[in-house]
Design a protein around this ligand. Structure first.
Ligand SMILES: [Zn+2]
Ligand SMILES: [Zn+2]
Length: 127
């Protein structure tokens, strides 16, 4: 496993979830953002405006996360580790089917540094 997708510290804050990674990077995920990025099939379809994309998750920018209605003060009632590879959030809006692999969480890190590395779909063509 890659260091950048291994969490060193997981911490629940008032309105955000903090992950510190083994490579030293730190991610802060506001709960409303995490809820909108829910990787479950149901939410993925909403984000893609009804299109089934056969992937649990698509990169930022592909689909509109605002399509998923989330209250600004949404909170996780519970957060569970799924094996060693993912977290499952049980949201207080009753939604709990989303399993967030650490790989995805690192990918959707909203910090300016990671946001500027936004995934490009034609990356392979650049070789
Ligand atoms: Zn979902
Ligand atoms: Zn980041």
């Amino acid at each position: 496993m890659n260091l950048i997708t291994q969490p060193k510290l997981l911490k629940k804050h008032g309105n955000a979830f903090q992950i510190e990674w083994k490579d030293g990077h730190e991610s802060w995920f506001p709960y409303s953002y995490l809820r909108q990025m829910c990787p479950c099939a149901e939410c993925a379809i909403i984000r893609h405006e009804g299109k089934d994309v056969h992937s649990l998750f698509s990169p930022q920018g592909d689909g509109d996360i605002d399509l998923i209605e989330v209250s600004d003060d949404i909170q996780p009632l519970d957060i569970q580790l799924v094996g060693r590879y993912a977290l499952q959030f049980n949201w207080d809006d009753g939604h709990n089917t989303g399993i967030y692999p650490f790989e995805i969480l690192r990918e959707i890190c909203p910090c300016p540094k990671c946001a500027s590395l936004s995934p490009t779909q034609n990356e392979e063509d650049a070789e």
